[in-house]
Design a protein around this ligand. Structure first.
Ligand code: SAM
Ligand code: SF4
Length: 510
């Protein structure tokens, strides 16, 4: 079996592929050779939905089911929602999606930052600037000292607590390397600019290539948060066109079974995603629902998050401009609404790939997580004085929303949305199956409000500009009043922790 250590000895992609993919770990989750992504069923469902008229009564029944149970919808129900064109009925869907988001996550938006560790890659994904053979890309793998410099900016100057660490697939970024970077992130503590309080990264999520169970256990042992792997496309034929057969990533089954291995290994927060624009979005969304349902069937745990990356321009490739399946902003917003209704309990991430206009538009379309002040160049945070600076040859693709965290926090606060820097959930063991019920019943959303207030206070005092602190402070007053009304007996305990936070104590949570 390939382990974290021995993959370093493989010289090229082919050799690496042969040794790294473990067929038994695929077969175990495709019993009888039958794949849980059933292309025929998806195509039949789409065709039959297309052939029948939209029935508003049926649509409202589906909305009520989603809202009341927070259980994953069926493929047929999701396909029915996709057919709605009438603006009035679609608005009912959007409003239901927004209510579900509030039931599950309250008025919070969770904030994170991407941190790219490397751009060396053995794969040849046709849409990606990091692919092997792209001479224009300046290659680099962060050393641990360079990573510390990055953390000093991301956590010490900007104030992020939650990272998504991103890696190319390459022997130099083995599981051992990934584990070392996670440990380095957690260990680094730096003084905050305004108060001098020690701050650092409290949750490291990872976006990397699929791994074997043994390697996933290594990441679990160092405290990985969510493990994200984007499927790119569930359409097998297109997948094979985009990912050459000689590459590790060319193995569709290894990638699609990755989360089954995660859950088997005890990495129980898993993040699914599709690269929208590669294929028909309706196919992708139905396949996502099938994927979620299969994970629920095996493990009783569904996706902790869904991500919605859209194809963006990248160095040395025309795929992002020429794909026949590119989607416009309206379709993007529609996808989010249908995803929220179909997998009601999940976190939904919309990254700074999107333009500011597109992200502002979808704030009330069911999404729950954003990144800001993002720099995705390798060593970009510490090399560029100006956070918004981008260099095509040092990054995977170009970002569309360069707003600062301070600006975004202020914008969100002005509309009554609290920016959550909370990472308490996974540190208290509220992950995987433990959190599923709490999310579905709305308990988690209320509980997290308290932690969101405490971490928001920390961030306002440690990092915010005067104007952001003022508007954020007013929002906190309203949040505390809401907690007092909701939990009158527990409120004095909350207030005690809040006052301690105001005095400079850090990382207090329930
Ligand atoms: N190398 C690993 C992999 O492919 O699974 C780790 C993640 S890769 C660095 C992060 C993700 O970026 C990919 O899964 C893909 O969905 C996305 N991506 C690649 N090229 C892109 C592009 N041109 N526009 C937007 N997203 C892109
Ligand atoms: Fe490598 Fe990931 Fe880019 Fe593919 S998407 S070339 S695997 S970094």
């Amino acid at each position: 079996m390939a382990t974290a250590k021995d993959i370093r000895h493989f010289a090229n992609a082919e050799d690496y592929t042969k040794h790294f993919i473990i067929q038994e770990e695929i077969d175990k989750y495709l019993p009888g050779g039958k794949h849980f992504i059933d292309d025929d069923l998806i195509n039949r469902t789409l065709a039959s939905a297309d052939a029948s008229p939209v029935d508003p009564v049926r649509i409202r029944e589906i909305l009520a089911k989603s809202e009341q149970t927070c259980e994953t919808l069926t493929v047929e129900e999701t396909a029915a929602l996709m057919r709605v064109e009438d603006p009035g009925l679609f608005e009912e869907m959007r409003a239901a999606a927004d209510r579900i988001k509030r039931k599950v996550y309250d008025n919070r938006i969770v904030m994170f930052a991407p941190l790219y560790m490397s751009n060396l890659c053995v794969n040849g994904c046709r849409y990606c600037g990091f692919r092997e053979g792209n001479e224009a890309q300046k290659r680099r793998v962060l050393t641990m000292d360079e990573l510390k410099e990055e953390i000093d900016v991301v956590a010490g100057r900007i104030g992020h607590k939650r990272l998504i660490a991103v890696y190319g697939e390459h022997p130099t970024t083995s599981t051992e390397y990934i584990a070392e970077t996670i440990e380095t992130c957690y260990a680094r503590q730096v003084p905050a600019p305004r108060t001098g309080c020690k701050v650092g990264i409290r949750r490291v999520n990872v976006n990397a290539a699929p791994l074997p169970v043994a390697d996933l256990k290594v990441l679990r042992s160092v405290g990985i948060g969510t493990f994200q792997v984007f499927q790119e496309t569930y359409n097998r034929k297109l997948y094979e066109e985009m990912h050459p057969a000689w590459s590790v990533k060319g193995n569709y089954d290894w990638r699609t079974t990755c989360f089954h291995r995660c859950l088997e290994a005890g990495v129980d927060d898993v993040g699914l995603g599709v690269l929208y624009g590669l294929c028909d979005w309706r196919f992708e969304l139905l396949a996502t629902v099938m994927h979620a349902r299969d994970l629920e069937r095996w493990f009783n745990i569904g996706p902790h998050t869904l991500s919605f990356p859209r194809l963006e321009p990248a160095s040395g490739t025309k795929v992002p401009e020429e794909s026949p399946w590119l989607i416009d902003d309206e379709t993007f917003a529609r996808i989010l609404v249908i995803a929220r209704l179909s997998v009601p309990y999940t976190g939904m991430i919309v990254t700074a790939r999107e333009s500011a206009k597109s992200r502002d538009h979808v704030l009330d379309h069911g999404m729950t997580q954003l990144d800001c002040s993002s720099n995705i160049a390798i060593k970009g945070y510490s090399d560029f004085e100006n956070e918004a600076h981008q260099e095509k040859e040092r990054q995977q693709f170009m970002l569309g929303d360069n707003r600062s965290l301070d600006e975004m926090v202020r914008t969100l606060a002005a509309r009554g949305t609290i920016t959550s820097f909370c990472t308490a959930g996974y540190r208290c063991g509220r992950t995987g199956g433990c959190i599923m019920d709490a999310l579905k019943t709305g308990r988690e959303g209320k509980f997290c409000k308290i932690n969101a207030v405490l971490t928001f206070r920390e961030w306002l005092d440690d990092f915010a500009s005067d104007s952001t602190r003022e508007i954020g402070g007013k929002l906190i007053d309203r949040e505390l009043a809401a907690i007092k009304e909701w939990l009158p007996r527990f409120y004095p305990t909350v207030l005690k922790q809040y006052e301690a936070t105001c005095r400079g104590e850090r990382d207090l949570f329930f």
